[in-house]
Design a protein around this ligand. Structure first.
Ligand code: NDP
Length: 617
């Protein structure tokens, strides 16, 4: 066996490290094994049919009547969240005048429209998360902005870039067909519209379809119930700042302890008569340390500040670090801790032996970080058994890390009970109770903080029937797996763009990811116009080469994810053979697509049949 930092014959010396890696590894494996279920992602219930009421819009005014549209736009954008908004904004900046956003909600905002639960905040620093801050002229009031400010910012982008002018809210696209002769798409909607569009951008968002747990008897519950992404303030009272006064005489159950629950549980604990938190797997909960924006700092910001700050954050969390840490929060300090323990620290050349040990040292750094997270639980939570149950036993990036200074102390309240289900989940739901570990907990209300259905490619997830050239559906074309060039477009589906996380690079600041993608799409469309190209479509060869690149680069993530406790990061313990993300990471990916735009390869994707007719632009 190769020597390790605290080298002994056996690998590492637990005394020198202060912990025993072999014991931790074993513990992580045992925790994963007790959580693995044979039904994997099939365990969840869809919010359709008898559960369709879970996704009714509690915020929108009644649908105003309008005549079905039968018209033509240059660009149709499906989805009015940050993806659709930044696509619209960047296309406007590129000179496209005729843009229509089609959105099923009653306003812009996407995930920030739907999620208005108490305590909702951005978990990435708002100065780098909220897109287009300089363009809109806004500096967030807090380091981590509340959801309502973020939603208002989404609306401000809509106003700033004149996207309200031709928007269709409360409208769902049901079908998209490519018309080869006209070189454009025909879209049909649930409001009887028949729209034609030269370009279509789909940005339906990863968190657009809430899911319910597959708990036997869920349909029999007779009390009140809702999903966190459709918060029922009529029932709870209060608003996103809390003050849920109508719960003062209610016994409330929350199912789930992910990033959403971490934010709303403190409010429920404060206001409910009794709160039961049903936990299957604990989250890692790190320090939040939110604070108001310093007006002096905000006043001194120089043009280009947001891009510099965003890039700096990305370099910390997804690159090799940077000299300065502008954001300096637990995302960046955790990344630096992990990097500092890697053999590359100190800028020295890696020896061949060190290179062989990178994965091992990364694991040691990870153990150290998670020990810190577990020690925080011990320091905050008074009851020993509760503290033990709240400790996460898996690697840092197996699940979305969370941040809160109020979640853990909530379990010190007399009216709050953690119901730890030892990885098994809620056993059963009856007319008036939840059953776990054979114990029946009677409640008046069940709130599902059980996340979102991420299955399938974005267009399919959005329920879109997409038919490209020759009437071939996207599902047929992708029957052996998704096929794109750079994640944006597919052969056989001209002028059709995907925004999201498929076959490109992602990072924890998803709004940044979307903006980089929007910039790319806007530049490609602008170039197509310049060359009078009738359509944009990758060749089958370019697409196949990209799919092969995704395969080659992504190989080594499988082993990591397979060892992780189940969740949506690893498809509930079945990560598949390969990841569909670009393994070189976002910084390398942005460089790669920039080079593609500038060094001539883009030409192959831009096809011209006949010049556009007068007035077609
Ligand atoms: P998650 O999918 O992260 O969490 C779902 C929770 O429900 C998990 O704790 C899961 O347990 C639990 N669960 C599922 N089924 C059962 C069951 N049968 N019994 C008991 N528990 C069950 O959803 P969230 O809504 O919390 O978060 C989704 C994503 O939204 C986050 O990962 C994050 O990316 C994003 N988000 C972002 C925020 C931001 O500020 N930017 C804020 C909030 C969310 P288990 O872990 O065992 O599967």
């Amino acid at each position: 066996m190769a020597e390790t930092p605290a080298g002994t014959a056996d690998g590492v010396d637990p005394e020198a490290l202060g912990f025993d890696p072999a014991a931790l590894r074993e513990r992580y494996r045992a925790e994963r094994d007790r959580r693995i279920r044979p039904d994997g992602s099939k365990q969840y219930r869809r919010t359709t049919g008898e559960f369709g009421y879970y996704v009714d819009d509690p915020y929108a005014e009644p649908v105003p009547d309008r005549e079905p549209l039968d018209d033509r736009v240059e660009v149709a954008i499906i989805g009015g969240g940050f993806g659709g908004l930044v696509a619209g904004a960047r296309l406007r900046q590129a000179g496209v005048r005729d843009i229509r956003v089609i959105e099923k909600a009653g306003d812009f905002g996407g995930t920030w429209y739907w999620n208005r639960y108490p305590g909702i905040h951005c978990d990435i620093e708002s100065y780098i998360y909220l897109p287009l801050l300089e363009e809109v002229g806004h500096v967030p009031r807090m380091k981590y902005a509340p959801g309502e400010e973020i939603r208002q910012h989404a609306r401000a982008i809509g106003r700033q870039f004149d996207l309200y002018r031709d928007v269709c809210f409360r409208t769902e696209v049901t079908e998209l067909r490519w018309d080869e002769a006209a070189c454009e798409w025909t879209l049909r909607t649930d409001r009887g519209d028949r729209m034609r569009a030269r370009y279509v951008v789909v940005s339906s968002g990863p968190f657009s379809r809430p899911k319910l747990p597959g708990i036997p008897g869920i349909e029999t519950f007779r009390g009140h119930t809702f999903h966190t992404s459709r918060w029922d303030y009529e029932y709870t009272g209060g608003d996103a700042d809390g003050g849920l006064h109508k719960l003062a005489d209610k016994r409330v159950a929350v199912v789930g302890t992910g990033a959403t629950a971490i934010q709303c549980v403190p409010h429920l604990g404060r206001d409910a008569q009794h709160l039961y938190v049903f936990q299957r797997t604990p989250s890692s909960v790190d320090v939040r340390d939110n604070r108001p924006t310093d007006p002096e700092w905000a006043g001194a910001l120089m043009p280009g500040w947001q891009r510099r700050r965003r890039d700096n954050f990305l370099a910390q969390v997804a690159g090799g670090g940077a000299d300065e840490d502008m954001v300096s929060d637990r995302w960046t300090t955790s990344a630096r801790l992990l990097q500092s323990l890697m053999p590359s620290s100190g800028g020295e050349e890696l020896s061949p032996e060190q290179r062989g040990r990178v994965a091992e040292l990364a694991e040691l750094a990870d153990f150290k970080k998670m020990n810190e997270i577990r020690a925080r639980v011990d320091a905050v939570v008074e009851d020993r058994a509760t503290a033990e149950a709240l400790k996460p036993w898996y690697r840092y990036m197996c699940k979305r890390p969370t941040f809160s200074d109020t979640y853990l102390p909530t379990f010190n309240r007399a009216n709050v009970t953690l119901v730890d289900t030892a990885g098994r989940g809620v056993e059963r739901i009856t007319e008036g109770a939840l059953v776990a570990g054979g114990v029946e907990y009677e409640v008046d209300c069940v709130i599902f903080a059980t996340g979102f259905d991420l299955g399938g490619p974005p267009a399919e997830r959005a329920g879109l029937d997409v038919r490209g050239r020759g009437g071939v559906t996207l599902a047929e074309s992708w029957k052996d797996g998704p096929k794109t060039l750079h994640g944006f477009y597919s052969h056989g589906f001209p002028n059709f763009f995907h925004l999201g996380s498929l076959q490109n690079a992602v990072s924890v600041n998803f709004a940044h990811v979307l903006d980089e993608q929007a910039v790319h799409i806007a530049e490609v469309v602008a170039e197509a116009h310049k060359r009078q190209a009738r359509y944009i479509e990758p060749t089958a060869e370019a697409e196949a080469a990209w799919v092969a690149t995704i395969r080659d680069k992504a190989r080594n993530t499988h082993a990591f994810l397979a060892e992780c406790t189940p969740g949506y990061y690893n498809n509930e313990g079945n990560p598949g053979k390969r990841s569909e993300s670009y393994g070189g990471g976002p910084i390398e990916f942005y460089e790669l697509i920039k080079r593609w735009r500038t060094d001539g390869d883009m030409g192959d994707a831009l096809k011209r049949t006949t010049p556009p007719k007068e007035g077609e632009r």
